[in-house]
Design a protein around this ligand. Structure first.
Ligand SMILES: Cc1cc2nc3c(=O)[nH]c(=O)nc-3n(C[C@H](O)[C@H](O)[C@H](O)COP(=O)(O)OP(=O)(O)OC[C@H]3O[C@@H](n4cnc5c(N)ncnc54)[C@H](O)[C@@H]3O)c2cc1C
Length: 423
């Protein structure tokens, strides 16, 4: 093999989604030599979740990057409402939370990833290889030493002290590493599509339920992004009923948009997301750590997947910069990352599971009509309880904060531990 076909790094990150990009940035900022491999040629991806919650915005703020990020085109959604047959009901009012960012920031994921990797590239110790598809872990005495990958120029090998699988919910490295998964079976799938926004349309983001249907309508500035929830496995029968029936059902459920359902010209405009939720029992083995969707695929309920993936990256960077810098990452360092992130992940997955079964799934079907039981309504009228859904959506249950300062790699200064306390 020729010399240029080898790469060496202290940490090799597989996948440059939200988890991989943020980990790459934070490790580079901590002075670690990091190589990120991304199989695609660019970050263009639609319907992949474009929601940055207050927890993520606070992290960007701590990195000194929030203002720059907010200069990119985005929309702010402070409130999520549900339109039910019995009236409109506020699910979460983030505007009431104590944070500099009391809203969900909607921004195309590719803009976010371009921005984060653009910032990371300012550090000479950050390398990103696009069109680099990781294929096979390199194992030596049962320790992961790196990964073999394919590029348009041919096969390559990256050797690293630590390899991080941040390659999303279809990660093959979990199996290669013999890591076992706990799978749940969400009862829903989601169809995604867009309709135009017009003058006089409402500003808010809504959930619509009634008549056996459940849809979420997200204000994306020039267009509405719509999630049309179906029962798992129902996609073929929705298609068999025909596009006209589909357009009609959208118009009946969201009367405000009935005048433009004709924009859906063919099924190409409607993307299926097969909802998946799982998590690894163990997120690591010697030389390898899994984070983000690779460790725990999230249902789209609540739009929290990106934010959890970013929180994993922040926790991993906070805990691993020192061992990586010292050239020795032990199993207990990797276990500490899992211990820190597993509880918030399980709590959110439990919350999503209840929402999917009790609210969303039960409102699908001919007689489905979601309603809130009287005790729940009474509880939700109490002020501290009323803010709970907003707090869960905004921060989860264990928000991460940036702990390590910038290294000399970019600033010429030595690392400073700012040790901000977690909320
Ligand atoms: C249709 C849909 C809608 C969603 N909506 C939302 C939402 O509104 N809000 C939200 O917060 N979350 C949403 N999610 C979930 C969210 O997208 C994920 O939770 C989040 O992207 C996870 O980030 P990640 O970095 O772990 O993985 P991913 O975003 O999946 O990134 C993995 C990266 O690894 C790359 N990759 C994969 N295999 C390899 C390989 N072998 N070699 C090199 N690179 C590789 C991929 O190209 C990708 O860039 C949605 C998901 C889907 C599918």
């Amino acid at each position: 093999m020729k010399t240029e076909e080898f790469r060496r790094a202290t940490c090799c990150v597989i996948g440059c989604g939200p988890a991989g990009a943020m980990l790459g940035l934070m490790l580079a900022r901590g002075g670690i030599d990091v190589l990120v491999l991304e199989k695609h040629a660019d970050f263009l991806r639609d319907f992949r979740g474009d929601t940055l919650h207050p927890s993520t915005m606070e992290i960007m703020d701590e990195l000194g990057l929030a203002d720059g990020l907010l200069e990119l085109e985005h929309t702010k959604v402070p409130r999520i409402e549900a339109r039910l047959p019995g009236g409109t009901f506020t699910v979460a009012d983030l505007g009431r939370l104590k944070t500099r960012y009391p809203y969900i920031t909607f921004m195309p994921q590719w803009d976010f990833l371009d921005y984060v990797t653009g910032e990371a590239k300012r550090y000479p110790n950050f390398r990103l290889e696009m069109e680099a598809e990781a294929k096979k872990l390199i194992l030596d005495d049962a320790i992961v030493r790196g990964v073999r990958y394919e590029t348009p120029e041919g096969p390559r090998e990256a050797r690293a002290l630590l390899t991080v699988a941040a390659d999303g919910r279809s990660s093959s490295f979990r199996e290669q590493a013999g890591l076992k998964m706990v799978k749940t079976s969400p009862p829903i799938d989601v169809l995604w599509f867009r309709l135009s926004r017009r003058d006089g349309d409402p500003e808010d983001t809504f959930g619509y339920a009634g008549g056996g249907r459940f849809m979420v309508v997200i204000n994306r500035g020039e267009y509405w992004q719509i999630a049309y929830v179906i029962r798992k496995g129902e996609y073929e029968s929705v298609r068999a009923d025909g596009l006209e029936a589909f357009r009609r059902s959208v118009g009946e459920t969201i009367p405000d948009l009935a005048d433009r359902t004709g924009e859906l010209q063919d099924w190409e405009a409607v993307k299926l997301l097969s909802v998946q939720a799982d998590r690894l029992r163990r997120w690591h083995r010697p030389g390898l750590l899994c984070i983000g969707d690779a460790a725990h695929a999230m249902s789209p309920v609540g739009g929290v997947g990106i934010n959890l993936a970013i929180a994993d990256a922040v926790a991993a960077a906070n805990m691993l910069v020192r061992p990586l810098g010292e050239g020795r990452v032990r199993s207990r360092d990797l276990m500490a990352v899992q211990l820190r992130r597993e509880l918030p992940t399980r709590a959110i997955q439990a919350f999503q599971s209840v929402a999917q079964r009790r609210v969303i799934s039960s409102s699908l079907g001919p007689d489905g009509a979601p309603s809130l039981p009287a005790p729940a309504r009474a509880l939700l009228s109490l002020r501290p309880v009323r803010d709970l859904p907003a707090r869960m959506i905004a921060f989860g249950i264990w928000p991460e904060h940036v702990k390590r300062g910038e290294s000399s790699a970019r600033t010429g200064r030595t690392p400073v531990a700012s040790e901000e306390s977690a909320k």
